[in-house]
Design a protein around this ligand. Sequence first.
Ligand SMILES: CC(C)C[C@H](CS(C)(=N)=N)C(=O)N[C@H]1Cc2cn(c3ccccc23)CCCCCCNC1=O
Ligand SMILES: [Ca+2]
Ligand SMILES: [Zn+2]
Ligand SMILES: [Zn+2]
Length: 170
Amino acid sequence: YSPLANRAKWTSNVVTYRVVSHTQDLPLVVVNQLLAKVLKMWSDEIPLTFKNVSWGTADIMILFGRRSHGDAFPFDGPGNILAHAFLPGRGFGGDAHFDDDEHWSYGSRRGVNLLSVATHEIGHSLGLLHSSDPNAVMNPTYRDVDPKNFRLSQDDINEIQKLYGKRNNS
Ligand SMILES: CC(C)C[C@H](CS(C)(=N)=N)C(=O)N[C@H]1Cc2cn(c3ccccc23)CCCCCCNC1=O
Ligand SMILES: [Ca+2]
Ligand SMILES: [Zn+2]
Ligand SMILES: [Zn+2]
């Protein structure tokens, strides 16, 4: 049970992100467009703006790595854990790491769908924990999705708005 009051969250309403390293599985431009779509899915629901930076330290540092990749949580080869992310905070806080021993795909039936995994990881980067709702992006287990109609579940929206409030699209 983690009372909302002391849940990790970003206190600034501008959060920076930087893609530090890429996967060979998808073109750079596709990964960047996909991430922008993921960030928009979340920021559409809350009063928070993402800003892409191309150098230096960003709040959310995004990387693809294999096995030991610079933190105390080495990846495990193909399958099993697909990615991990740190809750909001300084240093590693907010960072999202993807296991490059997975075959990352976007739309094709083969491989792991980067759209759904990245949406889950950015949920952690924003402070979300796991949900037991089988349809929630924040469910602990990966499910393949159809990118054409992939979107946040109501549970995901409720949980992120509990942390940051609603975005007033006035
Ligand atoms: C929800 C994801 C996007 C992110 C999470 C990791 S995290 C830190 N970001 N919550 C993840 O990778 N979960 C595993 C959980 C998992 C499922 N199994 C496992 C077998 C071994 C180890 C882990 C697992 C059963 C076999 C299927 C393995 C492939 C799919 N893996 C998963 O669903
Ligand atoms: Ca893995
Ligand atoms: Zn890591
Ligand atoms: Zn998770």
